[in-house]
Design a protein around this ligand. Structure first.
Ligand code: UD1
Length: 421
């Protein structure tokens, strides 16, 4: 299994080009299932989760052609309406095929994603939404079996759906399904994440009628069919945030290219509060820091609040910043897996339920640590970059799921990270 060896105490200087967003690319690739015509996508990041999605779509019958810069997907004919456990277990977002398959083919069978490292992450809100639209759903032997064959023309029926909790993939799944439903669907308490808007904009290019993207009430008026379209996937907010924090922690100056600052305001505000200097230009953000940061308190919440996917990276930053801080995780119940590993590197962190108290000013030292989930792994890389000595990070397949060319990009700005097979 691949490992990373990270040399500590290196300052970062230079330019980083931020890739397309994993969390936008996944639902957008899957939205190709909604049309018999070609969907052409650019700025799709080269990541393990993207490969898994392509594998799943290929299994379902989607034809996929790739060249250096674009991916063409054509779901003219479909061979399967089921997403098997082997494919779903490695990537929870596979649940997103349920909505498109059900609304276009009146039937879908998708394995329940099961638990994962950061909590139980149920899909009950997705299921209740499809039921409200008239689908018959039963769960049998770990699979969700959904059908609309009993409905007129086998189509979902528009409905008003009030989601108990803000869910990103839940909103995306129901929004995709509603594009081909009969009548109007209203999603109340919808997710406002930019990735949901990006998916919505792609669906609109395909002919969908969607209003209210980016607000908590999304209205979708069902249409007969969707067409082909071209779409450029938005930048990855979390990748950008991760490099910005890295530069702030290590001291140095980097410029992230291809980012829109208004989509990462919560992250930028916290970096400024910590004492970093930030300059915003068109699609560019430059960060400068002398590495002497002030610890910041934060609480994760749905967009536009502070993203849970940046919590671990800021925790790593707080361990080396001045003062004590409190990090409260409000989205996932078990998202402090990185804490034990940071403690192994010398961090001083106490956890009480969903709150971590970090006593900063620590000098971290290199150690052997284990990556546990995608963002936890990123926090270990950041800690390792500031630590004294080398850090060896195991199980880095988590990083390959979500960061395109991580060690290449870091090494270009002055880090020394080596991948060992
Ligand atoms: C997405 C992102 C993930 C991010 C998360 C929160 C993708 C592919 N992944 O995950 O990177 O960390 O949003 O911003 O976009 N919940 C339920 N029932 C449901 C659905 C969700 O109780 O049916 C709960 C979850 O357990 C969690 C909360 O709602 O506590 C938010 O989860 P959700 O927004 O659905 O996360 P994902 O869409 O899986």
């Amino acid at each position: 299994m691949d490992r990373l060896i990270v040399q500590g105490q290196r300052k970062l200087f230079g330019d980083v080009v931020i890739s397309g967003a994993k969390n936008a690319a996944l639902p957008i690739l899957i939205s190709s299932l909604l049309s018999s015509e070609k969907l052409v996508l650019t700025n799709v990041p080269k990541l393990f989760d993207i490969k898994t999605t392509e594998k799943l779509l290929h299994f379902l019958g989607v034809e996929i052609e790739k060249d250096k810069n674009s991916i063409e997907l054509s779901a003219k004919t479909i061979n399967h309406i089921d997403a098997p456990y082997d494919l779903v277990k490695t990537m929870r977002a596979s649940i997103l095929v349920l909505g498109p398959l059900l609304s276009r083919f009146s039937k879908a069978r998708v394995s329940l994603p099961g638990g994962c490292a950061i909590g139980s992450r149920p899909v009950d809100i997705h299921i209740r939404g499809f039921e409200a639209m008239g689908a018959k759903i039963n769960i049998d032997k770990g699979y969700i079996n959904a059908s609309t064959e009993h409905l007129p023309e086998g189509k979902l029926i528009g409905a008003k759906i009030n989601m108990d909790q803000v869910t990103v993939t839940g909103t995306e799944n129901l929004m995709m399904a509603a594009t081909l439903a009969r009548g109007e669907t209203i999603l109340e308490n919808a997710a406002k994440e930019p990735e949901v808007i990006d998916l919505g904009n792609c669906l609109i290019k395909m002919g969908a009628k969607i209003l209210g993207l980016g607000t908590k009430k999304i209205t979708i008026i069902g249409v007969e069919s969707l067409f082909g379209a071209n779409h450029k996937v938005m930048f990855d907010r979390i990748e950008a945030g991760t490099y910005l924090v890295a530069a702030a922690m290590t001291g140095g100056e980097i410029c992230c290219h291809g980012v829109e600052s208004d989509k990462i305001e919560a992250i930028l505000l916290k970096l400024k509060e910590a004492g970093a200097e930030i300059k915003i230009e068109d699609k560019k953000i430059t960060i400068k820091s002398d590495g002497q940061l002030k610890a910041v308190n934060l609480t994760t919440s749905p967009y536009p609040g502070f993203p849970t996917d940046m919590q671990a990276q800021f925790m790593a930053m707080n361990t080396v910043a001045k003062g004590s801080s409190k990090v409260i995780e409000k989205i996932f119940e078990n998202r402090f897996m990185h804490v034990q590993e940071l403690i192994r590197m010398g961090a001083n962190i106490d956890i009480k339920k969903n709150t971590a108290i970090i006593r900063g000013d620590d000098k971290l030292s290199g150690a052997n640590v284990m990556a546990t989930d995608l963002r936890a792994s990123a926090s270990l890389v950041l800690a390792a970059l500031t630590a004294k000595g080398d850090t060896e990070i195991e199980r880095i397949y988590h990083l390959d799921r979500g960061y395109e060319g991580l060690e290449k990009k870091f090494n270009q700005i002055g880090a020394k990270i080596k991948r060992v097979k």
